[in-house]
Design a protein around this ligand. Sequence first.
Ligand code: GTP
Length: 556
Amino acid sequence: YPPERVRNFSIIAHVDHGKSTLADRLLELTGTIKKGHGQPQYLDKLQVERERGITVKAQTATMFYRHANNQLPASDQPDAPSYLLNLIDTPGHVDFSYEVSRSLAACQGALLVVDAAQGVQAQTIANFYLAFESNLSIIPVINKIDQPTADPDNVKAQLKRLFDIDPSEALLTSAKTGQGLSQVLPAVIERIPSPPGKCDSPVRMLLLDSYYDEYKGVICHVAVVDGALHKGDKIASAATGRTYEVLDVGIMHPELTPTGVLYTGQVGYVISGMRSTKEARIGDTLHQAKSIVEPLPGFKPARHMVFSGLYPADGSDFDALSHAIEKLTCNDASVSVTKETSTALGMGFSKVQVENPAALASNPGKRIAACWEPTVIATIIIPKRRGEQQEYTFIDAQRALLKYRLPLREIIVDFYNELKSITSGYATFDYEDSEYQQSDLVKMDILLNGQPVDAMATIVHNQKAQRVGRELVDKLKKFIERQMFEITIQAAVGSKVIARETLSAMRKNVLAKCYGGDITRKKKLLEKQKEGKKRMKRVGSVDIPQEAFHELLKVS
Ligand code: GTP
């Protein structure tokens, strides 16, 4: 297939607007997968994705489709030219915009799927701009037109108003009933340009994704930008400088299908003896070894999106935890780990870049001139209420779009849940990273019987310190069981205690109600109490239940 017969495209959508279902239908329509193959949503390959119903890692699939220019159904024209269509899936979650941008960099066009009833939502806007900035041809697809509340005309008006998309360009589909689906691939072929690229140049390709297979080793998904890649070629990574031999190369149709070669504009997989996915960085340029090529633009080292400190509840499980984490990092290049030790929790792991509050001096006034905190630009779409228009943008008669700059920490905990709850589930939300902004931040320590608990230290805005301190102390009082001695719980900024509670002493006798001499029942109760203790963390002499740590995170 020369580049003129290749089309590379993505499907982009707000969560749940039907991206994966549409992708499945296209794969069925081209015979790439069998109808009713028993695995809902082929492209959502990872188990975690199936469980959570969201796409996390991009998958790609190659389809073959016969298409003639005179608009007749392909089945009536057995001699119509065949096209090679690469559907490049993108993660649907707001946190993966870099991965989305790399997938889009391999495409020349995108299907912008919008739910016919829900209309444009926050991630529709974010995804549209990512595609627009990548200069992609955008084909609007108004999906779920079978729904009783579908209002395709309204969605067309929104697309016109927000993105200046001509209403006549929109395709109307139902990925559920199949209505309108036959127009989709002809539109892909007619409206999306074929991939550019120089067929005669040394090979240069974009690394889209990678994963670890127990038998085959690291498998990279690539888009060949220039030249051709053959089995046996020597290639190099622009990011690491390492060289490899191509052991296997082919297309995803939809499983790995060896072809021995990938030509300019094609998308497929490469196996080249990489030991770990850490060597295969998304956005990297792989190129012919020993040739000087310019790396493709846009590469960024993996950024961490989820941070977590992990400690075994029981210190003797440390080795098992360590082993499990090692396995995880082998399969997922975006996970990186450092060991850390907490005086309260013992040995553990943190995914790097955690700015541990314990590391911040307790009294910033003395040693730190200023603090900066990360901010985001948040886009929120909410149902419109009666009232006067101020700084909102109205998408249509029912919906308003709000834009705010917010400190990142304001949206980390519970923001999305709260937004959904106060708008009865109607609001949608998206955000992009923005700059750091100077902020009056202080470190707040939690002290139990005068001893600071490093794992509970937190960084708060000075103006909120009083309220947050009060809440933390109240919560802790609720969660810590009374013990045989009095416990003081304090929140302090520097040497200043801003909230304090006392938990009075009590002897908790689980046998108190156990009359008579039934020894087995007594034993059972004592066992139960022992179990309960295992789940506690002993800080100094105070046992803290695990829920307390979770609850503390919710206070901000
Ligand atoms: P993410 O993977 O989270 O980004 O979601 P998605 O956009 O891939 O949505 P998905 O394909 O998982 O569809 C969401 C829900 O909408 C599923 O329950 C689908 O069965 C349903 N759905 C998809 N297309 C249609 C349609 O045309 N009509 C109706 N009625 N339901 C649809």
